[in-house]
Design a protein around this ligand. Sequence first.
Ligand code: ITT
Length: 192
Amino acid sequence: MKIVFATNNKHKIEEVKKILPPDIELLTLFDIGCEEDLPETGNTFEQNAAQKARYIHDKYGYDCFADDSGLEAEALHGRPGVYSARYAGTNSTSTANVTKLLSELNMEENRKAKFRTVIALMIGEETSYFEGEIKGEITLRERGSNGFGYDPVFVPEGFHVTFAEMAPELKNKISHRSIAVQKLAEFLTAEK
Ligand code: ITT
């Protein structure tokens, strides 16, 4: 079975490749010759994931899935949320986004946050959704160099290290994306 993962984020592709069963052939946007940015104008993870998947499905004719994900800080009423990738502005770097988050949480005692992912899968005209989340806390400063995005400031519940200090294999076992991708893998395996 061939399926496109509609993302421009190389870290996500690496994470997902390791979780999906080997008999599912994962194609990237590069593989199908798509070089443009995918539309992402919704207000929820569900809307954005579906928008990205539908774009590839309709324009390129492939079965495909996309995820939209982000970090929700309790003290910030769920921000940065859907704006996680561009929290410090359009085309902002992860470092700038993390710096903005830490400065907004400066002096804040409630450091609770969660990572959430929603995957939208389009097979034919049918869309299915798979969700994953992991709770944790935001650190006072960045720690570690693995992973991407907000990984250096997120300590998952039950651990003392940040996602960026963990072996990638461990992050990949417990992360929000891993939980959602495992549900996707079960669905695709049952479909075959
Ligand atoms: P695509 O839209 O092309 O998939 P993206 O990086 O823009 O790639 P999103 O729109 O889903 O992805 O935005 C997610 C942002 O949330 C991402 O850029 C990170 O800043 C953050 N994020 C999501 N998952 C993360 C993770 O596992 N670790 C750290 N940060 C994460």
